[in-house]
Design a protein around this ligand. Sequence first.
Ligand SMILES: C[C@@]1(CC(=O)O)c2cc3[nH]c(cc4nc(cc5[nH]c(cc(n2)[C@H]1CCC(=O)O)[C@@](C)(CC(=O)O)[C@@H]5CCC(=O)O)C(CC(=O)O)=C4CCC(=O)O)c(CCC(=O)O)c3CC(=O)O
Ligand SMILES: NC(=O)C1=CN([C@@H]2O[C@H](COP(=O)(O)OP(=O)(O)OC[C@H]3O[C@@H](n4cnc5c(N)ncnc54)[C@H](O)[C@@H]3O)[C@@H](O)[C@H]2O)C=CC1
Length: 226
Amino acid sequence: MSEARASFGYPIFLDLQGRLAVVVGAGPVGLRKVDGLLQAGAQVRLIDPQEPVSCMDNLEFLAREFEESDLQGATLVFACTDKKNINAQVADAARRQSVFCCRADLPEDGDFALPALFRQGALTVAVSTGGGSPTLAAEMRDRLQRHVPDCWGVSLDLMAAVRRKWLTLPNGAQYNQQVLRRFWAEQLLPQLEQKNRNKINQLLIETFGKEFSLEQLQVQLPEGMS
Ligand SMILES: C[C@@]1(CC(=O)O)c2cc3[nH]c(cc4nc(cc5[nH]c(cc(n2)[C@H]1CCC(=O)O)[C@@](C)(CC(=O)O)[C@@H]5CCC(=O)O)C(CC(=O)O)=C4CCC(=O)O)c(CCC(=O)O)c3CC(=O)O
Ligand SMILES: NC(=O)C1=CN([C@@H]2O[C@H](COP(=O)(O)OP(=O)(O)OC[C@H]3O[C@@H](n4cnc5c(N)ncnc54)[C@H](O)[C@@H]3O)[C@@H](O)[C@H]2O)C=CC1
């Protein structure tokens, strides 16, 4: 890897809800970025002189070439055209306006890169190769995904609900990380694998107290749990 190549060393999970993200270029690459942004609840402005075949109606589409003023109010911009000079123009405009830029064709001229992802409920696993090999990032993501059982997502919902409740108890109960890790691995996961709703409920009450029943935690278990 050359000196100039960015390694995108600082991983971060952003809350983009209601924030403006601009995507320049509506080819397959731009549309992939749009898809992820909409899933994250961002407000999206997509710019391309040619309207894509499948343009979603929940975004602002500008059927023209990019202009510097398109970045006004933006939090992020993605330069995804097939023209190097236009992507360079977008990255320069972003620098001038202090907007973080992802340049799809020349990553080292941008500020950030997207990882390959999979999600299971609130659980997100993100793989980055520091821009080195996106194909390998996707392959590694696929392999990791095969090792994550279906019940991890719901186990997270339960652990998060227990934690929230715990933290808001009047005497501010302390909890021990070691205990939580063991509870999750040795008790909760095996019961979730058995899909036995009553036993899970009993386990929660016995471990944390009667106010930690499934009903009081307001966590929905997936269909098919007896
Ligand atoms: C730096 C980065 C910036 C960014 O775009 O965020 C970037 C840059 C570049 N990608 C290129 C090519 C391809 N990228 C993909 C796919 C993905 N690319 C994604 C991320 C990133 N790509 C960031 C680094 C991530 C990391 O650290 O590894 C993924 C993970 C996430 C996403 O896009 O959402 C998504 C996986 C989707 C999924 O399966 O989930 C495919 C395959 C395909 O399209 O199916 C190809 C063609 C095959 C190949 O070349 O490998 C090229 C050469 C372009 C050219 O030829 O001109 C560049 C530019 C360069 O490297 O110079
Ligand atoms: N980062 C990534 O994940 C990947 C990046 N790439 C890079 O991304 C670039 C785009 O890839 P594709 O979407 O496949 O290309 P594409 O050619 O299908 O789409 C590019 C779009 O940009 C638009 N465009 C051109 N000039 C414009 C302007 N001045 N303002 C606004 N829009 C303009 C075009 O009308 C076209 O719709 C490729 O050239 C390649 O360098 C390619 C694969 C993956």
